[in-house]
Design a protein. Structure first.
Length: 91
């Protein structure tokens, strides 16, 4: 990986973290999409969903299980590949 590729990766990661943090700031009880997979699978009462291991944000139970398995295997999905980071979506 050369310097330009490294810089691009760092910039994408910083932008993704900001997108996830911005989404988390507006995430309240109610109907939401999962910031990780993009599906409307987050339950209305946020505290009954999974809390991500990589950001302080609630994700759907399926993504919570997937994160746990990927953590165990050492193959997490980078924040830049999350739906909210790819689409730049906030509610």
């Amino acid at each position: 990986m050369d310097y330009d590729q490294f810089s691009q990766t760092v910039n994408e990661t910083v932008a993704a973290k900001k997108a996830v943090d911005d989404f988390a700031a507006v995430q309240t009880d109610g109907t939401h999409f999962c910031p990780r997979c993009g599906r409307f699978t987050v339950k209305d009462r946020l505290h009954t969903n999974a809390l991500s291991r990589y950001a302080t944000v609630y994700i759907c139970d399926a993504c919570g299980n997937d994160e746990a398995m990927r953590e165990w295997m050492g193959t997490p999905i980078p924040l830049k590949d999350w739906a909210v980071a790819k689409k730049g979506v906030t509610e």
